[in-house]
Structures are given as structure tokens and as C-alpha cells.
Design a protein around this ligand. Structure first.
Ligand SMILES: *[C@@H]1O[C@H](CO)[C@@H](O)[C@H](O)[C@H]1NC(C)=O
Ligand SMILES: *[C@@H]1O[C@H](CO)[C@@H](O)[C@H](O)[C@H]1NC(C)=O
Ligand SMILES: *[C@@H]1O[C@H](CO)[C@@H](O)[C@H](O)[C@H]1NC(C)=O
Ligand SMILES: *[C@@H]1O[C@H](CO)[C@@H](O)[C@H](O)[C@H]1NC(C)=O
Ligand SMILES: *[C@@H]1O[C@H](CO)[C@@H](O)[C@H](O)[C@H]1NC(C)=O
Ligand SMILES: *[C@@H]1O[C@H](CO)[C@@H](O)[C@H](O)[C@H]1NC(C)=O
Ligand SMILES: *[C@@H]1O[C@H](CO)[C@@H](O)[C@H](O)[C@H]1NC(C)=O
Length: 692
């Protein structure tokens, strides 16, 4: 098949171009299209005749074009012709609610679109030709990822792209039903068959895009754009579709297509088209999410009634059990005053757990950080507040001290010592204002290790941190590293059903066994600590998507350099070679040991602290971080395929499929977004009610 296609393409390119005889076509499915449709990339026509532009493979593209170009422009007066097209499509994401990336109806000067990239480029362009007038590209994109670089308005939009992926106009996806002017929301990732019409009138120079879930065309377009396409079109142009996937993937399907120059394309009868294969994966979470939404609606209704009743009775009830809690209970009024009414100017952080405000306590003038945690679940809240007592009694010079708390309705406020130098991540990634010297970094490492040892072994009961990362290491006025947010992950792990566990944490720091067991241990904290060690020395994040198109897995890279005998190449170049080689190598080796995939191979925090103090030397021979169960780590470049594997193991973990686990996926999204800088590779579409 591929060979034949190739031959055909060769024939096409050597013989004089064959131009379209007829000026229209209609395909109800693509079963018998023969050579009339040219495919490339991963595009395929499935058995039932549906055209699948991409499948669930990450970072691929697919093209399907009508094989013969159409005359799009009058050569005598250079004016573009009118055209009209209708097509039925469906986007079925691999993981419910997480799309990647999208597809576009495309009019282009070639049908191969050579050099085009997948991911946010939708298989249309690449980073060099994006925006170039000589592209002669017109596309209507159906995009399910919000990309900052291209100024996308949301992760569910339709846009008109002229020579560039920065849309000239875009709207959130919605549709009208026939004869009805009420706009309905529509989610591109729903997997539903949607019919789209793109109509261009070259007399009025108006381009319309219309969507519907039925066979008949609504009167109202969702998008109407005045444009003269004459300068964009060449005399002969190809029409077709392009789609791409990113780190996350969707199958993009076209089940029918009609097209006509200078006339109205035939609308498609959706019932006569091949059906869309259902996603084999993730039926469960889909059902869970839906039934969850229903439950939420009911709960919400009840909640509103209760709230109203309560509001009449009293503004803020202090329940008797709250009075027994150990640490100081602040009044809401005090905290409000301290933070100037939770003013935006006082906002110093937006973490996975909520907003953090800077404040000054009215009585003592003490500077504090107030963390506002919004948590819908009443039961979870109560269980968690009982934990506050425990957390409040933890005292160590390398922990951020919890001073007190306050509850107001469903909001929980935790009051901490204010750390004047902020969080560690601001000093080691990107372009920090201050580059920490090796001595400062080593001091922070030793401090955090000692704080974590205290949590694990030195207090009366074992406390697992669960979310160790650079963002949770705070620096006091003397640049001592102090762990923040300890115990907080528990808040999210308390569900309404005590038997369910959910993994909370941040991608890149989550130990691999968590995806299988869902049970955080001291050993999974050690894994995260290992990731932290490597990032402090290297000045890079555990998973970097910035290095597109190849993501970097830090551990793999460090291990590779270790094996090559060039370990010092990984050291942050901003240190300008000013460091103690013995200490740096020791920390890197320790980082590799802690990052071992096998929990049993990782040292415990007591051993880590002895190594750091130099009490015990590290052995010379190192075990590969990836070696366990007798399997040998195969040295190779840290490729995007591996990053995909890592990500997917999290997404496929049953512990991430529980309803509130979406907050973890959301967490992942945030990390990836931040790392990707201007590009968003992964999009979790979370509406408020799905988040918790
Ligand atoms: C393919 O194209 C040719 C020439 O345009 C046309 O005669 C034929 O009917 C087309 N076949 C299909 C299945 O559309
Ligand atoms: C997607 O399609 C490509 C090419 O047809 C194939 O190699 C790959 O295995 C497919 N991937 C999946 C997940 O089906
Ligand atoms: C192209 O434009 C010329 C001049 O305006 C006109 O006479 C001719 O009919 C047009 N051709 C087509 C195919 O529309
Ligand atoms: C646009 O593309 C043309 C042809 O590929 C190239 O010569 C030109 O330098 C490009 N312009 C810009 C601004 O990149
Ligand atoms: C589109 O939707 C996003 C979020 O769903 C919203 O933030 C944005 O304001 C919307 N834009 C328009 C133009 O409606
Ligand atoms: C569309 O946007 C591109 C840049 O993104 C701009 O160069 C072009 O002029 C715009 N076209 C129209 C018709 O607005
Ligand atoms: C586009 O939509 C407008 C507004 O509904 C309508 O007046 C116009 O005729 C439409 N044009 C085309 C080409 O469909």
C-alpha cells in the first residue's frame, strides 16, 4: 500500500500536474476512495471506512489530502474563488479529558507539508516557517490544547490560521442546533461526532465556520471572519486535513467529507457515516467522572440549601471539636487584617495546595505566611484538622514552623513563619536573580536532609512528607533550607471513602512504585529527595520538556555521564567551576542512589545524612538507577519516548484514576506547563467540580 502510494506520488511529481476535473466531491466514509485521497504520517483508513488522522502514539502527525489540486483562484484577475466544505469529525482522547493536540481543515500548496512538526504545530508548520507569508497556508484549527506560544484562548477552541499557528480569530467551541439561536457548549474531546462547515464567499469576502451535532446546518455560524483569501491562495491548492499528537494523544477521526468550489457543499447525513471506534482505554474513569459530576450536582444542590440555612443562623460556626486542637487558632478577622484583606499584592505563591499570602500579625508585628487551602470535602477537612495538631508539634530548625490555623467555612488557613528568601526553585532554575554558590547549595542540601530525617525517624511517629521538591524547600534569612508543606499531602489523601488512596505529588519526584501501590513511604520521600539533589547540583528539573522535541529525564542523563566518566559535565555551569569536586561527586552519586527505581536499593535518610556528613564514604561502584529485577539498564539517550513512558505510567496508575486524583494530573499539567516555558504540551481540562 505504502509502496503504491509512493509510486503514485512519484508519478504525480514527474508528470505534468493533473488538475481536478470535477469541482466537487463527497465521501460518505473513505472505504473506496482509492487514489483520490493521499495519506501521510500515521494517517490511515480503517476497515469500516473511517479516516483516522492520528492514533494514540505520542508526538506524531497525520495528513490526508484530496490527491488532486483544485483551482482556487482565477488566473486572469487573481481573485480567489468561493468554496464550501462540510466534514464530520470526532476527537477521542487516550485519557478522558486530556486531549493532544488537534486537527485542522487545511488548504495548502502541497499535500505533504514537508518539514511540519507534530505537537502544537498540528502537522502544519514548524518553528522556522511559522508566520511566513510564503507558506500559502489556510487552516481552520480544532485545537484541544491551550498553547501559550500561539496565544490560544483555551484548550477547546476553533481558530482560523493564515500562514501561522497564531490564529487570526478564534472562539471557544460551541454550536447551535438547527433553527435555534441558543448556543450550546461543546467539548472537542468528548468523542462525539460533530459536523463542521467552512464556507467562504469571495464576493463578500466572508469566511464562516458552523458546527452542529446533527446532519442539518444551523443558520448561525460560530465564527465569521472577513478576509480576502486571494493573496493567500496560489492558483492551484490542495485541500485536506492535518492532525498531530503531543505528549498526550488523541485519535482524530474524519468520517465524511464534502467539498465544492463556487457552490454549497453537500451537508452530510451523519447516520450514513462509518461509526467512531470507542476508546478502549479509560472507560472507567469516564464513567466515574460522569457519575461523579451527577453526584456533585446533587451534593451542590443540597450544599446550597444547607449553606443558605447556615447563613441565616450564623456566619461562621466554630464546632466544639475545633477547640481541642493544639496550635493556636487564629480568628479569620485577625488573618484578614494581617494580609490586608487577602490582597493580591500580598500574594506570594500559588501552590498545588492553594494561595499563599504574606502578612503581618496585628498584635506582635510578626511576619507570617498564610496559606489558604480550599477544600470542598467536609469530612476530609475534619480529619485533616486533627492532623494539624501533629504538624504543629513538629519542631526542627529545617522545617518551616506552623504557628497556627483557622477554618472559615470550607476554607482552611495555615499560618507559618515567614521565610524571607522564598522557595529554592526560584534560585536554581531559569534565570535566577541570585546564583547560589556551591557552599550555599551544600548547606541547603544538608539542612533539608536533616529536616527529613527528623520527620522520618527522630520524631515520636513517622511523618512522610509526600511532596518533596524544590518549590517546597524554603530559604530563611540565612539561606538555610527548610522543608515546608509537610503533612499537607494528607489533606488530599483523605477522601470521603477512607479505603481509597490517591497519589499526591509532582511529576518527576513521584517514585515509580507509587503508581502501582499508591502508598507513600519514607522510601518514596527518599526518591523525591534524590531528584532534589540532582536538580540542585545540575540546575535542571527532573523532567524537562523545554528541551523539545526531546524531553530530558535528569536521572538518565546524569547516569549516562557517570558511565562515560564525565560526571562533572552535569554540574550547573552557572557555578563557573567553583565548587568542591569531592562534595559535588558525592552528592551526585547519592542522588543516583536515592533515584533507584527499586525502593529497597535506596538508602534511608539516616544513611543519607551520614554520607553527607562524610562519616561514611560512598562506595565506588554504582548501581544503575534503572536496574532491578535482574534487568539491566540499557544506556541510551533520554528520549521523549522515555519521558512519555514515565508520564504514561502515572496516567495509567489506578491511583490517579480516582476522582480527586485529577488534582494530581492537574499538578502534572502545571509542572509540565511551567517547564515547557512558552509551550504547553499537556493539558488537563479540569472544571472546578472535577478538581476535588
Ligand atoms: C476518484 O476521482 C475520480 C476522478 O476525479 C472520479 O472519477 C472517481 O469517481 C473518484 N472516486 C471516488 C470513490 O470518489
Ligand atoms: C499508530 O500508528 C502507527 C503507524 O500506523 C503504528 O506504528 C503505531 O503502532 C500505532 N500506535 C498505536 C498506539 O496504535
Ligand atoms: C476570471 O476572471 C475573468 C476576468 O474578470 C472573467 O472573465 C472569467 O470569467 C473568470 N473566470 C472564472 C473561471 O471565473
Ligand atoms: C520565508 O520563507 C522564504 C521561502 O522559504 C524564505 O526565503 C524567507 O527567508 C522566509 N522569511 C522569513 C522571515 O523567515
Ligand atoms: C474561552 O474559554 C476559556 C476557559 O474555558 C476562558 O478563560 C476564555 O475567556 C474563553 N474565551 C472566550 C473568547 O470566550
Ligand atoms: C492573520 O495573522 C497574520 C499573523 O498571524 C497576519 O500576518 C495576517 O495579516 C493576518 N491576516 C488577516 C487577514 O488578518
Ligand atoms: C456567513 O454568516 C453570515 C451571518 O450569519 C451570513 O449572512 C452569510 O451569508 C454567511 N456567509 C457564508 C459564505 O456562508
Amino acid at each position: 500500500m505504502a509502496k503504491k502510494l509512493f509510486l503514485f506520488l512519484v508519478l504525480l511529481s514527474v508528470s505534468s500536474p493533473v488538475f481536478s476535473q470535477s469541482e466537487e466531491f463527497t465521501f460518505h466514509g473513505f472505504k473506496d476512495v482509492g487514489k483520490n485521497i493521499s495519506l501521510n504520517g500515521v494517517a490511515e483508513i480503517e476497515q469500516n471506512g473511517i479516516l483516522r488522522l492520528t492514533n494514540y502514539t505520542s508526538a506524531v502527525l497525520g495528513h490526508a489530502f484530496y490527491s488532486i489540486p483544485f483551482e482556487f483562484k482565477n488566473s486572469t484577475n487573481g481573485k480567489a474563488f468561493s468554496f464550501s466544505t462540510a466534514f464530520a469529525f470526532a476527537i477521542v482522547p487516550e485519557y478522558a479529558k486530556l486531549g493532544g493536540h488537534g486537527f485542522a481543515f487545511t488548504i495548502a500548496k502541497s499535500k505533504e507539508l514537508k518539514g511540519a512538526l507534530p505537537r502544537q504545530y498540528l502537522g502544519l508548520l514548524n518553528e522556522k516557517d511559522n508566520g511566513n507569508f510564503s507558506n500559502h497556508l489556510f487552516a481552520v484549527e480544532f485545537d484541544s490544547v491551550s498553547d501559550y506560544e500561539f496565544k490560544d484562548i483555551s484548550d477547546n477552541h476553533v481558530g482560523i490560521d493564515i500562514n501561522s499557528l497564531v490564529s487570526n480569530i478564534s472562539v471557544n467551541v460551541s454550536c447551535f442546533s438547527q433553527g435555534n439561536s441558543i448556543e450550546q457548549k461543546l467539548n472537542l474531546r468528548s468523542g462525539k461526532i460533530v459536523q463542521a462547515w467552512v464556507d467562504y464567499d469571495s464576493v463578500s469576502n466572508l469566511l464562516n465556520v458552523t458546527l452542529s451535532l446533527s446532519s442539518s446546518k444551523p443558520n448561525v455560524p460560530i465564527l465569521s471572519f472577513p478576509v480576502d483569501l486571494s493573496p493567500i491562495f496560489l492558483e492551484y491548492m490542495y485541500v485536506g486535513f492535518s492532525a498531530s499528537t503531543g505528549l498526550l494523544a488523541s485519535s482524530h477521526y474524519i468520517s465524511g467529507w464534502s467539498f465544492k468550489i463556487n457552490g454549497q457543499a453537500q451537508s452530510l447525513d451523519l447516520s450514513s457515516l462509518p461509526s467512531v471506534p470507542r476508546s478502549k482505554k479509560n472507560h472507567l474513569p469516564l464513567i466515574l467522572v460522569y457519575s461523579f459530576s451527577a453526584a456533585v450536582s446533587v451534593a451542590l444542590a443540597i450544599g446550597i440549601v444547607l449553606y443558605m440555612i447556615k447563613k441565616f443562623v450564623t456566619m461562621d460556626v466554630i464546632e466544639p471539636w475545633e477547640l481541642d486542637i493544639g496550635p493556636h487558632r487564629y480568628s479569620y478577622r485577625e488573618l484578614k487584617k494581617a494580609t490586608g484583606g487577602f490582597k493580591d499584592e500580598e500574594l506570594i505563591g500559588l501552590g498545588g495546595f492553594g494561595r499563599v499570602y504574606k502578612g503581618t500579625l496585628p498584635n506582635t508585628n510578626a511576619k507570617v505566611a498564610v496559606k489558604q487551602i480550599n477544600n470542598g470535602s467536609k469530612r476530609g477537612m475534619r480529619e485533616f484538622i486533627s492532623e494539624i495538631e501533629t504538624i504543629g508539634r513538629l519542631r526542627h530548625r529545617n522545617l518551616v514552623q506552623l504557628l497556627g490555623w483557622c477554618r472559615r467555612r470550607d476554607d482552611l488557613f495555615l499560618v507559618y513563619d515567614f521565610m524571607s528568601n522564598g522557595s529554592l526553585d526560584k534560585y536554581i532554575f531559569d534565570e535566577p536573580k541570585l546564583i547560589l554558590s556551591w557552599e550555599q547549595r551544600f548547606k541547603i542540601i544538608k539542612g533539608v536532609a536533616s529536616g527529613l530525617l527528623y520527620l522520618h525517624e527522630e520524631w515520636e511517629q513517622t511523618v512522610i512528607h509526600r511532596d518533596i521538591k524544590a518549590g517546597n524547600v524554603l530559604l530563611d534569612s540565612e539561606l538555610n533550607g527548610r522543608l515546608g508543606d509537610f503533612g499537607l499531602a494528607k489533606l488530599y489523601e483523605h477522601g470521603t471513602d477512607p479505603s481509597t488512596t490517591k497519589v499526591v505529588g509532582t511529576l518527576g519526584y513521584l517514585a515509580p512504585e507509587l503508581t502501582k501501590t499508591g502508598k507513600p513511604t519514607t522510601s518514596s520521600d527518599v526518591f523525591a529527595f534524590g531528584a532534589l539533589l540532582l536538580e540542585i547540583v545540575c540546575g535542571r528539573k527532573p523532567i524537562e520538556v523545554k528541551a523539545l522535541p526531546e524531553e530530558l529525564i535528569l536521572v538518565d542523563w546524569v547516569w549516562e555521564k557517570w558511565q562515560e566518566g564525565s560526571i562533572l559535565e552535569v554540574v550547573d555551569t552557572r557555578l563557573r567551576g567553583e565548587y568542591d569536586e569531592g562534595e559535588v561527586v558525592m552528592v551526585l552519586k547519592l542522588g543516583l542512589m536515592c533515584s533507584n527505581n527499586a525502593p529497597a536499593k535506596r538508602p534511608n535518610m539516616r544513611q543519607v545524612v551520614s554520607f553527607l556528613k562524610g562519616e561514611v564514604p560512598l562506595q565506588e561502584v554504582m548501581v544503575a538507577p534503572d536496574e532491578y529485577g535482574g534487568k539491566k539498564f540499557v544506556s541510551g539517550r533520554a528520549t521523549s519516548a522515555r519521558a512519555d513512558k514515565v508520564l504514561h505510567s502515572y496516567l495509567e496508575s489506578p491511583y490517579l484514576e480516582k476522582v480527586s486524583s485529577w488534582s494530581s494530573v492537574y499538578h502534572c499539567k502545571r509542572v509540565v506547563d511551567l517547564e515547557a516555558g512558552s509551550t504547553s504540551t499537556l493539558s488537563a481540562s479540569l472544571t472546578e467540580d472535577e478538581r476535588f
